[in-house]
Design a protein. Structure first.
Length: 256
């Protein structure tokens, strides 16, 4: 494999990092679910699962202040090439602070762009609606169940990088999403062959929060690159003004 100039490698990693963290934002806006479905007959019918999930997602509180870490490196190496910690405040107008950083300077520029984009998405119901896991964006199929979760297949209606072909785990007790795993529906650039991604969610402190992200991208010339992110802390601070709850999309369609 021939070696790329360092500047080009940085540009490639920047592209992949931005794509990963856009997806990080995308799946924090999950909410109302209505579906078209086919497949095996579950013990609890999909037409029963979905309204309960919709109700749970619309009623649960979500944090508006989050601290996360970000680690970038090669999939086949334990070495972390870039590391950062950021605090994000989703209360309008939205703001962020990078509190720790190490590694390439390209990661610094990527985190700045990523967090600005994340806040932009979170502040817009129109943009949230375009990427939410709803009938407008997905076709659903019942796959089966585990002891603790119902499994639903996600099939995007549009081939765009912000949507995922994969599986959602729905907690049997709370009917909140506990995991989503799969491949992005379309590569954002010819440089990226594929991206496999997994989001885990937790329901604690009476809030539903994305607890971790793991994504692996197969990149031309660079091989498999891995991004891992964990939530370090989160809270719901008082809102200055009455705004729509971040992380939800109303069951009734929001006009663009």
């Amino acid at each position: 494999m021939r070696t790329l100039p360092k500047m080009l490698q940085t540009m490639l990693l920047l592209t992949v990092t931005v794509t990963f963290l856009k997806l990080l934002t995308v799946l924090t806006v999950l909410a109302a679910f209505t579906v078209f479905a086919q497949g095996a007959t579950p013990k609890l019918a999909l037409v029963d699962i979905v309204p309960r999930m919709e109700k749970a997602q619309s009623e649960i509180s979500t944090p508006n202040h989050v601290t996360r870490d970000y680690k970038l490196g090669r999939q086949d190496s334990a070495k972390v090439d870039s590391f950062g910690v950021a605090e994000v405040d989703f209360r309008p107008p939205g703001r962020y602070t990078v509190t720790k950083r190490s590694g390439s300077r390209g990661c610094d520029r990527a985190v700045k762009y990523i967090l600005e984009h994340e806040i932009e998405i979170a502040m817009s119901l129109k943009k949230s609606r375009a990427v939410a896991v709803t009938r407008e964006n997905y076709v659903f199929m019942y796959l089966g169940e585990t002891d603790s979760a119902y499994l639903l297949h996600l099939e995007p209606k549009r081939k765009v990088p912000e949507l995922i072909v994969g599986t959602a785990w729905i907690d049997k007790r709370t009917f909140l999403i506990s995991r989503i795993e799969g491949n992005i529906a379309k590569s954002p650039t010819w440089l990226v062959k594929s991206v496999h991604i997994r989001f885990d969610f937790a329901n604690s402190r009476q809030m539903w929060v994305q607890s971790s992200l793991e994504a692996v991208a197969d990149i031309r010339f660079l091989g498999a690159q891995k991004l891992v992110s964990h939530v370090l802390d989160y809270s719901r601070l008082p809102e200055a003004d009455a705004v729509a709850k971040i992380g939800t999309v109303a069951a009734v369609a929001v006009a663009p």
